[in-house]
Design a binder for this molecule. Structure first.
Ligand SMILES: [Zn+2]
Length: 472
């Protein structure tokens, strides 16, 4: 009877069909044999990094830290979502002794091989359902070797008790159990207890300092999804300074008391930089920003764009306005919009380096700035194509300087209006998420109305760069 099937009934029928399909899909997952989650997320450069089969949504890391002995103990709780029906899954954790592993409140078996931690829950995990992992652990953390040829990264403890965490790209697992890849971003809560007079500066917002007598518990919360290498806690004795940037962005800085005043002065430009980049790239993606100055560790001189808290070595080299601007620009490019694969490093480093140049040359006209870029280009030889750095020496000049030169070439190719519109669209569309190089190219093509595949290829996959557009 056709008359019976009125508009309302058709809607109902549609809904019933949808529910049936969803149930059938869930049924397929439920009745499928459980599988082991993979030991790598499938990164094009480092396929064994991260893990597959699930997605972490939240990390709660509760640690007592003894800075004098460099000893930690505590519990990491992970809220995750199974993608497949899982008989077991992997996390990464280096060194450190595991005291207990529970999944959904039940004791779980585990084994370890290198940095891989394989966990077998007492019952298989249903596909598309949340689960909770709690890992109690303790030990004396230290930095781990990096696949990318940047020496050791991760947890660093200085002689005087200062602790700094600089994990890029692959050593977050030196201090907490983690799915260590930017594709699996999550929110974080750090509850870090330290003896007085030590302080904790972490990525996120300081929610509470709980007075426990001779100790204090610092509660830091990062609500926006964060890539694991950007998570950082720093334990030190600091001079704390705060201010507000235009737009109400809360700036909080942690300077060691002996940090030279002439270095500190340059950080005074941060409110103006935040306003400048918000104007170019769109609204600043987080509520807070600031810096912590590290101990003079073996990782120096370097700086890392911790999400909402950049971590700068105490050298003058890491206190230049160029470096300060570079780390601020990463909050948009790298932190809020994260890489899909580590081999795309040029995308975040090229943009941040170009942003450093934009800041330094902000009072120049385009021709003068182009002469500067051309000069850099002429004195620069690429060891590898910009988009194909050596996986074992990834952090070379090609991704930084090469990347920055490329972004200027792209700007000249499509014009200022399309270029900056594309950057704003890219930052907004992929905010708090990940974007591939192809997705970036699509954004620029639609902003400019130009087909750019051959332009990108010529610049990114050759070691001999073409002339800047309009300069040949
Ligand atoms: Zn950078």
């Amino acid at each position: 009877m056709l008359a019976w099937c009125g508009a309302e009934n058709r809607k109902l029928l549609g809904k019933a069909l949808l529910i049936f399909l969803l149930l059938a899909l869930a049924g397929c997952q439920v009745f499928r044999r459980p599988v082991a989650g993979s030991a790598g997320i499938g990164d094009t450069y480092y396929p064994d990094l991260g893990n597959g089969g699930y997605d972490v949504e939240h990390y709660k890391i509760v640690l007592s830290v003894d800075p004098q002995r460099n000893e930690i103990s505590g519990i990491a709780s992970l809220e995750a979502q199974a993608i497949d029906r899982l008989s077991s899954f992997n996390l990464e954790l280096q060194g450190l002794t595991i005291d207990d592993v529970q999944v959904n409140g039940q004791p779980a078996r585990y084994s370890r091989q290198g940095s891989e931690l394989m966990i077998t829950p007492s019952r298989s995990l249903a596909a598309l359902r949340p689960f909770v992992v709690e890992i109690a652990y303790h030990g004396s953390p230290g930095p781990g070797p990096s696949r990318a040829g940047v020496g050791r990264t991760g947890w660093f403890a200085a002689q005087d008790g200062t602790i700094n965490v600089i994990s890029e790209p692959d050593n977050a697992s030196t201090w907490y159990p983690v799915n260590d890849h930017p594709r699996d971003k999550a929110s974080y809560r750090f509850e870090i207890t330290v003896p007085e007079p030590w302080m904790v500066a972490a990525t996120g917002s300081l929610q509470q300092v709980v007075d426990l007598g001779a100790q204090n518990r610092y509660v830091w919360v990062m609500q926006a999804p964060m890539a694991s290498y950007l998570a950082s806690i720093n334990v030190g004795q600091y001079t704390y300074e705060e201010e507000f940037a235009p737009g109400g962005i809360h700036i909080r800085n942690y300077f060691p008391p002996a940090y030279p005043a002439e270095h500190k002065e340059n950080f005074g430009a941060m409110p103006e930089m935040l306003a400048y980049f918000s104007n170019l790239f769109g609204a600043y993606p987080f509520d807070t920003y600031g810096v912590v100055i590290t101990a003079d560790g073996p990782f120096c001189p370097s700086a890392l764009e911790g999400q909402t808290l950049s971590i700068h070595c105490p050298d003058m080299l890491m206190a230049t306005e160029y470096v300060i601007a570079h780390e601020i620009a990463h909050q948009w490019f790298g932190d809020s919009v994260s890489l899909e694969n580590w081999g795309d490093l040029w995308l975040k480093e090229g943009l941040a380096s170009y942003a450093g140049w934009l800041w330094d040359h902000r009072d120049e006209d385009l021709d003068t700035f182009t002469s500067f870029v051309n000069k850099r280009k002429n004195e620069f030889n690429l060891a590898a194509p910009i988009a194909q750095p050596n996986p074992e020496a990834m952090y070379g000049a090609e991704v930084y300087i090469g990347g920055a030169i490329f972004f200027h070439a792209l700007r000249l190719q499509v014009g200022d209006t399309a270029f900056f519109a594309a950057l704003r669209t890219y930052a907004e569309r992929y905010q708090y998420s990940n974007a591939s190089v192809d997705e970036f190219i699509q954004v620029v093509e639609s902003a400019s109305g130009q087909r750019l595949a051959s332009f990108f290829n010529a610049w990114l996959t050759e070691t001999k760069l073409p002339p800047l557009p309009g300069e040949d």
